[in-house]
Ligand binder design. Structure first.
Ligand code: SF4
Length: 405
């Protein structure tokens, strides 16, 4: 059985590049916007036939900042997605939105095009932190954008927040959380600031202009968030993600094994290690097809430079920068690595066995025994998941399941 398919569309443009960001996105390439939209539409058309029998359950318009595109460009992309793929009647259609690059008309346009979930890059409610992060928006823009999104009819909104800035006072983080909670969004994503190589932030740390963020301080802020969001009724369903169970009915703690109604269905496809098609410069794909001897898994990533991507599409060439076939052992390890990120759902034994025709206990006997002894994972009758202690050292737990190569 081939499970849900997600479609990711990467818009590689931002109004300004944030100094901590290592995503494949560029500022100042306005002259390429229109041709990139042409190329993205052409890449989607390439998949019309090969995926004609598949139903797309989720679409995610990400980047970058999709909302820097004009209404006409956004319309072409969304209409092409509808033309090339069979979108399910209950398709979750998300778009990222930068509070500094949206207005009510654009929200109304997106809603009218069938986009039904917004993910807003708020990051902080502290003016000095927004300045440090190089964001183009201020706190007032966040409120204006949020009100505009609600007024346009969006009933499923995520707010992204960043914590763990160098010497960030807990009081500032608590204030940011309480202002975010006051908005009552359906979903919250909290990310710790990572100093990524080859970013301006990395350079600033290297030359001593900025201190390296402290991991222990970030862990304390993470625990603070777990407490505050739990008290406010959000379910901590993934390492960095919280969601409400149902509209207006936060029910923390009463659905320990469930995944909340407002969990991001698109990202659930990634965490459940299912199939997705990535369109656009630098986008990654993971497709699972039925082969004669069972499922065949293939992963690839598109070329990142925008001009290169456009030229290859125009010339009728492949845009893949790399491609690999994923064997069963690696796939099982990745299913564990990704699935354990799902704090409440974990990895259900039945789903694992159905996919790989081997029990999880047989595939990872030693790993499960050891990690359980150390108090990092817990198992009940139907699933394995991280303990709270395991959550704090998740990356070390995940690494146990990957083959040593
Ligand atoms: S707006 Fe988002 S994608 Fe764009 S540069 Fe900033 S962090 Fe990166």
């Amino acid at each position: 059985m081939i499970a849900s398919l997600g479609l990711y569309i990467h818009i590689p443009f931002c109004a300004q590049k944030c100094p901590y960001c290592d995503f494949n996105t560029y500022a100042g390439l306005d002259a390429l916007h229109d041709r990139t939209v042409d190329a993205i539409c052409a890449e989607m058309a390439r998949w019309r036939e090969p995926l004609s029998g598949r139903v797309v359950e989720t679409v995610f318009l990400g980047g970058g900042t999709p909302t820097v595109l004009t209404p006409a460009q956004l319309t072409r992309i969304v209409q092409q997605a509808h033309d090339c793929f069979t979108l399910s009647a209950t398709c979750e259609f998300s778009s990222e939105a930068n509070p500094g690059a949206v207005d009510r008309d654009k929200f109304a346009l997106l809603r009218g095009l069938g986009v039904n979930r917004l993910s807003m890059g708020v990051q902080s409610f502290q003016p000095d932190e927004l300045g440090f992060l190089g964001r183009i928006h201020d706190v007032g823009d966040v409120y204006r954008a949020y009100d505009g999104a609600r007024a346009a009819g969006f009933e499923n909104i995520n707010l992204d927040l960043i914590f763990g800035l160098p010497h960030q006072p807990a009081s500032h983080w608590r204030d940011t959380l309480s202002k975010a909670l006051a908005l009552k969004s359906e979903h919250l994503s909290l990310y710790s600031l990572i100093v990524e190589p080859e970013t301006p932030l990395h350079h600033w740390v290297q030359v001593g202009r900025v201190d390296q963020p402290d991991e222990d301080e970030a862990a304390d802020l993470y625990e603070l968030a777990m407490d505050e969001l739990g008290e406010a009724g959000y379910i901590h369903y993934e390492v960095s993600n919280w969601a409400r169970m149902t509209a207006g009915d936060p029910a923390a703690g009463t659905h320990a094994a469930a995944t909340p109604a407002y969990a991001c269905r698109h990202n659930l496809i990634y965490w459940r290690n299912q199939g997705y098609l990535g369109i656009g410069p630098g986008a990654h794909s993971h497709l699972i097809a039925e082969g004669d001897d069972g499922p065949v898994e293939r992963r690839w990533g598109n070329r990142k430079p925008v001009a290169d991507y456009i030229k290859r599409i125009t010339d009728g060439q492949s845009v893949a920068a790399f491609t690999e076939t994923i064997g069963p052992r690696l796939s099982m390890g990745e299913t564990m690595m990704l699935g354990l990120r799902l704090v409440t759902e974990g990895v259900p034994f039945a789903r694992f066995q159905q996919r790989y025709a081997v029990t999880l206990a047989a595939a990872f006997e030693d790993e499960l025994i050891r990690l359980q002894e150390w108090g990092l994972i817990e198992m009940n009758a139907d699933r394995v998941r991280l303990t709270r202690r395991g959550l704090m050292v998740g990356n070390q737990v995940f690494a146990y399941f990957l083959p040593n190569e």
